[in-house]
Design a protein around this ligand. Structure first.
Ligand code: IMP
Length: 195
């Protein structure tokens, strides 16, 4: 089976993506590839950061690889925290602090609309391909649930009354931004090289 490196240190993301891609490709995380690196995310868009991560790992390993970058875009905050989602409350990247800051910024605001947007950047045989996944939803008044990661406990996807943190992965995958982008990646990979 061909191997593709997933350029992330986030084991939650690895589990989510492995749950979607099975079969022709063996997905290995940076950890499993024995690479210890914290790849910078210096750019102003998710697209550029995703490319930065995949191209860094491609340069380092010479192996086919992909990365993903996700942002939470809140309508009443003009799209913030967006590309800065991981470091919203500071360089510590603390999910608890990020959530506290988000709820504070939204205090008293009626418009709680938000969406998660994921960009996957795949580099295969020296060419780059990008895939996008979006999940619309809303931010709760307070955190609920303890599954998942990041902002999951304050995000309710449209079509559900539960936060992502109240859902097992199988249920989160019915709505998830990452699942949608990954399905596009999987479909591309399953056709790749067959022509
Ligand atoms: P990054 O893509 O790892 O830079 O993630 C940006 C920020 O969004 C981090 O704070 C993550 O914890 C958070 N995040 C990414 N994906 C999800 C998700 O599926 N649910 C909740 N939070 C997420």
């Amino acid at each position: 089976m061909d191997t593709i490196v997933f350029a992330t240190n986030n084991e939650h993301k690895v589990e989510e993506i492995k749950s979607v891609i099975r079969g022709r490709y063996d997905i290995i995380s940076l950890n499993e590839a024995g690479i210890a690196i914290d790849i910078p995310e210096p750019h102003a868009t998710l697209e550029e950061n995703a490319t930065e991560k995949s191209s860094t790992i491609y340069r380092l390993t010479g192996k086919n690889c992909f990365s993903e970058d996700t942002g939470l875009e809140v309508e009443a905050l003009n799209g913030a925290p967006g590309v800065k989602s991981a470091r919203y409350a500071g360089e510590g990247k603390s999910p608890t602090d990020n959530i506290a800051k988000l709820l504070e910024e939204l205090l008293g605001k009626k418009n709680r609309k938000a969406r998660f947007r994921t960009i996957i950047s795949l580099i295969i045989n020296n060419s780059e391909y990008r895939f996008e996944g979006i999940c619309e939803g809303a931010i709760t008044e307070e955190p609920k649930g303890n599954l998942g990661f990041g902002y999951d406990s304050v995000f309710v996807p449209s079509g559900s009354s539960k936060t992502f943190a109240e859902m097992e992965l199988e249920e989160k995958n019915k709505f998830s931004h990452r699942k949608k982008a990954t399905v596009k990646l999987a479909s591309f990979l399953s056709g790749f090289g067959k022509k």
